[in-house]
Design a binder for this molecule. Structure first.
Ligand code: SAM
Length: 419
């Protein structure tokens, strides 16, 4: 297996979203699980891709790939199952006339000054009125947000409407009593003393809108990508109209992280889901990389020698697993990856490349070499493995379920379609 520890992008933070905080448009919504636009740019350069080439990202997340392609005048398609995340990706490539934007912003800010009772006020743990001891938002914050949101329909221009909605959501999350921390939402230190209120919300909102305005103001014309919200396993099962030159993507890692759970506040706030049933349905359409759903059982288990070794070791240590469904999740994950790789191969040009950013994972003290297993799977379904470029070694917190493993490896698995 070509594991390249000297890969040219190693230790350059290309597998993290850190630099998006300061980059125009990318900075409109910080998506912690994203990767860096510089990775996409590098791939475009290395493959000398041009205007008529097509790039696809089947796990488009916040749209790093689609936005970077737009900025570099390359056609792209992004698929993303989570409607909130797809909304971020779609909004980050929208343009608007400054005059129109300013007028619509002025109208919404006036509304936000007069909080309006949100239908989410008593829902789940949303506010103090939900009868719980901890709550995500102080009701004044939620109701200020809702005053803005519920007036968006009075805005005629779809682009400014989306831009303002994104800012409204970002600002309420900045005024939330919780913050994202790894796999969960954690209450901020002394959250009760922070007293987020209408004024702090308005301050965040104005700051966010100002940043968007700044980026709209100094912009070159963007090539608009096609962003489809849905399950890429279903979308890719039909042949695409045009074959792609590059697929660059980062599927969910095999780490039990549930994106529909961590982005649950935004999903409800933005009206992207309206009930727990809808949320569960969405969850069922995600890649089987977590255990928060009753999945369809996987059938295939022929993923090569490395998979066979890892899973048999894990099965020997079942009593050390944090959940009995972990072995099934691991198998289901590779079944999903195998199907995706096969479908991508069918839609690839003869000289296309596939770049997959993945991470190894650990269960019951056994490391699963996800990159190498995917390398074996790709070879089997018609891709030729070029190399596995190591991007970085990450220190992992030792847990009681995985005491022996203290490092994981993030890498980019690179395949070519030409044999
Ligand atoms: C690692 S993130 C991708 C981040 C992206 N590279 C970025 O920079 O924003 C993986 C994404 O896959 C999405 N996802 C999970 N299951 C999916 C499915 N079945 N179809 C499409 N997208 C899916 C998740 O919602 C998540 O946004």
């Amino acid at each position: 297996m070509h594991l390249n520890e000297e890969f040219l992008l190693k230790d350059q933070n290309v597998s993290t979203a850190g630099d998006t905080i300061s980059l125009p448009r990318h900075r409109w919504y910080y998506y912690k699980e994203g990767f860096s636009p510089s990775l996409v740019k590098k791939a475009i350069e290395m493959l000398s891709l041009e205007e008529n080439d097509l790039i696809i990202d089947p796990f488009n997340g916040s749209g790093t790939v689609t936005l970077t392609c737009s900025e570099n005048n390359v056609k792209s398609i992004g698929l993303e199952v989570n409607p909130f995340t797809a909304f971020i990706a779609k909004t980050k490539v929208k343009s608007a006339k400054i005059k129109q934007f300013d007028n619509d912003v002025k109208f919404i800010i006036e509304k936000v000054h007069k909080p309006k009772t949100s239908p989410l006020q008593n829902f789940s743990t949303f506010t103090e009125f939900s009868g719980k001891t901890k709550w995500l938002f102080n009701s004044e914050v939620l109701n200020s947000y809702y005053a803005g949101l519920s007036n968006l329909d009075n805005i005629k221009n779809e682009n400014t409407k989306a831009l303002i909605k994104l800012a409204l959501i970002r600002a309420i999350m900045e005024n939330s009593n919780v913050r994202r921390d790894g796999k969960c939402l954690r209450y901020r230190n002394n959250w009760q003393d922070l007293h987020y209120n209408k004024e702090t919300y308005l301050e965040s909102l104005e700051k966010r809108l100002c940043i968007i305005r700044e980026d709209l103001n100094c912009e070159n014309k963007l090539k608009i990508p096609k962003i489809i919200c849905g399950d890429s396993r279903k979308i890719l099962s039909k042949s695409m109209k045009e074959k792609f030159s590059l697929c660059i993507t980062s599927p969910p890692y095999l780490n039990t992280f549930d994106y529909t759970d961590i982005y649950r506040p935004e999903l409800f706030l933005g009206g992207f889901v309206n009930s727990m049933e809808e949320l569960y349905k969405l969850r069922l359409n995600t890649i089987r990389s977590h255990i928060q759903a009753k999945w369809e059982k996987p059938i295939i288990n022929d993923f090569g020698t490395m998979y066979a070794t890892a899973i048999s070791e894990i099965l020997k240590r079942q009593d050390q697993l944090m959940h009995c469904n972990i072995p099934m999740m691991i198998q289901a994950y590779f079944e999903d990856m195998s199907n995706i790789l096969k479908m991508l191969r069918n839609n690839a040009k003869d000289n296309a490349e596939l770049w997959l950013v993945v991470s190894t994972s650990a269960y019951a003290g056994i490391e699963i070499p996800v990159d190498m297993i995917i390398g074996e799977i790709g070879n089997k379904v018609g891709w030729a493995l070029k190399e596995i470029g190591v991007l970085r070694h990450i220190r992992k917190r030792k847990t009681k379920y995985s005491k022996e493993i203290d490092h994981l490896r993030e890498s980019v698995v690179i395949f070519t379609a030409s044999k």
